[in-house]
Design a protein around this ligand. Structure first.
Ligand code: F6P
Length: 323
């Protein structure tokens, strides 16, 4: 293999730039050409492809976002769109790809290989940490620390005003961000999609705390929780406990930006190298990840279909520590 392409796709995450840098520098180190594809599959279809050199990725390791931009592409879900993408890659002689993204990105890469034979290796780039095949995804650690910083600040004002705050954190289908935010942020309650926490149980916990003279509370709600969003949950709780003063904060996309933490830079660099090494060794349709400090390659199909399980003890920890 003499020419490879790299792109970022789906929701951006802090550390994507560090990963791009690692891919480019590893390729240069191995004497192969590397091309940056802008805006994920959408840019691939349009031919937004440029040669990257070692100095193209200077001074980006510390930056949030992605210099290659990111997008979610509808066109690539059609065979016609994928054919156009293939033709663009052919123009540049690109024989293999490194995709930095999440399960949607890897689903596309799998189909692309079956239809057009272009091998892809993936690096897990999502703040959600919901990908099977790695203990941590690139951007997760930064997102959690960003959220925690905000939660600490909210705690100050919650305490001053004797209020209960419902803080919504990201995680479309998962509570991975919510759990360390709740434990590290000293929350009384955490609500995540993986386990059921009813409105009634939230009311009970808050009432018990209130009766024990607690005056301020933090409830962390993962955006994908089955009971609804933080605003809906807060409104229902407030109705039952009118003597409590409830407020809602949605942390939103602030969690997706900012300089990556040391842990994310390290992970991104390691996995970027592993993707290029893997491609050159003939691997395809796999995601590089780290499990128990060991580098592992997991088939895309497993990263998409298997569920990474949250240790239920973490919920118990929130209960124990909020007594
Ligand atoms: O997958 C990452 C993520 O940030 C989720 O936590 C969130 O639900 C989603 O992306 C938001 O997507 P968008 O930026 O397209 O609104």
């Amino acid at each position: 293999m003499k020419k490879i392409g790299v792109f970022t796709s789906g929701g951006d995450s802090p550390g994507m730039n560090a990963c791009i840098r690692a891919v480019v520098r590893t390729a240069v180190h191995k004497g192969i050409e590397v091309y940056g594809i802008k805006r994920g599959y959408r840019g691939m279809i349009k031919g937004e492809i440029t040669r990257l050199e070692s100095n193209s990725v200077s001074n980006i390791i510390q930056k949030g976002g992605t210099i290659l931009r990111s997008a979610r592409s509808k066109e690539f879900t059609t065979k016609e769109g994928r054919r156009e993408a293939y033709e663009q890659l052919q123009k540049f002689g690109i024989e293999g790809l490194v995709a930095i993204g999440g399960d949607g990105t890897f689903t596309g890469a799998n189909i692309f290989y079956e239809e057009f034979g272009i091998p892809t290796l993936g690096a897990p780039g999502t703040i959600d940490n919901d990908l099977y095949g790695t203990d941590y995804t690139i951007g997760y650690d930064t997102a959690v620390n960003t959220a925690l910083d905000a939660i600490d600040k909210i705690r100050d004002t919650a305490d001053s005003h004797d209020r209960v705050f419902f803080i919504e954190v990201m995680g479309r289908d998962s509570g991975y961000i919510a759990i360390p935010c709740a434990i590290g942020g000293g929350a009384e309650i955490v609500m995540i999609p993986e386990t059921e926490t009813t409105i009634q149980s939230v009311v009970d916990t808050l009432r018990t705390g209130w009766d024990r003279s607690k005056t301020s509370f933090i409830v962390i709600v993962a955006e994908g929780d089955e009971e609804g969003n933080a605003a809906d949950i807060a409104a229902q709780v407030q109705k039952t406990l009118p003597y409590m003063d409830a407020r809602v904060t949605i942390l939103g996309h602030v969690q997706r930006g900012g300089a990556p933490t040391a842990a994310d830079r390290m992970l991104a660099s390691q996995l970027g190298i592993a993707c290029v090494d893997g491609l050159l060794a003939g691997r395809k349709c796999e995601m590089a990840g780290i499990i128990n400090s060991q580098l592992v390659y997991t088939p895309f199909i497993d990263t998409i279909t298997k569920q990474k399980v949250i240790n239920p003890y973490y919920i118990e920890m929130v209960n124990i520590l909020s007594v």
